[in-house]
Design a protein around this ligand. Structure first.
Ligand code: VGL
Ligand code: ZN
Length: 202
């Protein structure tokens, strides 16, 4: 069975949001068209406490987009984003939610960042997404959402490692940086991830 994973399609990741991905909202029509083509649709949601350690605001003297450290790992320091209970953390209002069966939240521990929907960045804690998908009989996952060079990329990496066949629906993602995306895409292709266009899905 095929599942569509909708990664972090939240207000803070579209233009006007706290950590806007350029043209992030342009994916919404495609994402909504894709959903009925899948038996299972699952979403992830970046869901940080206000004191999350990935925020530059928690590191005195540091600015957003500088490199820092979190719990012994190199960490890009981000603007405050997707704070639990704020409008920025909500799924985008234009995202059709009626077929989304489960939402996996991540980034809830202030000392761990989680780009992937499966694990935090240090693989210390699982969200349970892989077991959930296996329990539903899923073999293949198709990824769409934001951002292509961060949460979509790391979710695809973990999905491969968890044994799923993985495809990225390329026109239903957008990246924070073009260079970052190029690297991410090359790396994923080497690992057997397919890149498809929404019009080519099924
Ligand atoms: C993301 C940076 C920080 C993402 C989440 O959803 O791609 N990027 N938190
Ligand atoms: Zn985040």
């Amino acid at each position: 069975m095929n599942a569509l994973l909708l990664i972090d399609i939240q207000n803070d990741f579209v233009p006007g949001g706290a950590l806007a991905v350029p043209a992030g909202d342009a994916i919404l029509p495609l994402v909504n068209q894709l959903q009925p083509q899948f038996e299972l649709v699952v979403a992830t949601q970046d869901w940080h406490p206000a004191n999350h350690g990935s925020f530059a605001s928690q590191h005195p003297g540091r600015r957003p987009f500088e490199q820092g450290e979190l719990h012994g790992l190199p960490q890009t320091l981000w603007p405050d984003h997707c704070v639990q209970g704020t409008a920025g953390a909500e799924l985008h209002p234009a995202l059709d939610q009626h077929r989304i069966e489960a939402i996996f939240r991540k980034g809830t521990n202030p000392t761990l960042d989680s780009y992937s929907g499966f694990f935090d960045n240090g693989h210390r804690k699982s969200t349970g997404l892989a077991d959930y998908l296996r329990g539903r009989g899923v073999r293949q996952v198709w990824l769409a959402g934001l951002a292509a060079d961060y949460c979509v990329y790391f979710s695809a990496l973990d999905a491969v490692q968890e044994g799923f066949a993985v495809a990225v629906v390329e026109d239903a993602t957008r990246a924070i940086s073009p260079e970052g995306y190029e690297q991410a895409r090359a790396d994923l292709q080497e690992r057997g991830v397919r890149f498809v266009q929404a019009a080519d899905v099924e």
